[in-house]
Design a protein around this ligand. Structure first.
Ligand code: ZN
Length: 194
């Protein structure tokens, strides 16, 4: 997913994944989700993949706007243990009540390997929240930090095991996506660009 490759997937009218474009398998693998290879995701509901309530709520709004004929675009981070990636997603209506998601990588850069993002690393029972959209970690007191800062701030190097990750949404991301959606609702059919 370097450069400006794009990746497409689509939902049918029942929100089940009915198409994944070329590059999906590699995308899943690079994101340490090899279990998400093509044939395994087809026919599953999008909602099976989104556990965080706030994120699910916003995604439902995004999907609804798209079905109404709006084009919804937003940026999000999709990091792997050794890469930071900034992606842009565009969500549009597709034939037969379907919805298309197209992601384009805007930027990708190497970074030192981060075990906290590696699904293969064993975990303790402790939970740590990561924002589904910007991949910052909840370090407490309403503050969210990039993985490198969070690991140092939370003293994760000194601990016996790494916490399990749970998804959430930081306040700036919540505000930014909500504002975008309400602009589309009240608006003129034009998706605001960031
Ligand atoms: Zn965030």
């Amino acid at each position: 997913m370097d450069g400006h490759e794009s990746l497409i997937y689509r939902l049918n009218e029942h929100d089940q994944i009915c198409f994944v474009g070329e590059g999906w398998a590699r995308f899943a693998e690079e994101n340490d989700a090899p279990g998400l290879a093509d044939e395994k995701v087809l026919n599953l509901s999008l909602w099976d993949f989104i556990n965080d309530l706030e994120t699910a709520h916003l995604y439902r709004e995004i999907v609804r706007r798209a079905r109404e004929g709006r084009r919804v675009g937003f940026r999000f981070r999709c990091d792997s243990p050794a890469r930071r990636r900034l992606l842009r997603m565009e969500v549009t209506a597709h034939e037969g009540g379907g919805v298309q998601f197209e992601t384009v990588t805007l930027r990708a850069e190497q970074r030192p390997y981060q075990p906290l993002l590696d699904v293969l690393v064993p975990r303790t029972k402790e939970l740590l929240r990561v924002c589904s959209w910007c991949k910052k970690f909840d370090v407490g007191g309403g503050t969210w930090e990039e993985v490198e800062v969070a690991v140092a701030r939370l003293g994760l190097f000194e601990r016996e095991g790494l916490p399990r990750l749970t998804h959430g949404m930081c306040r700036p991301c919540h505000l930014s996506i909500s504002e975008r959606l309400s602009a589309i609702r009240s608006g003129d059919g034009r998706a605001p660009q960031e």
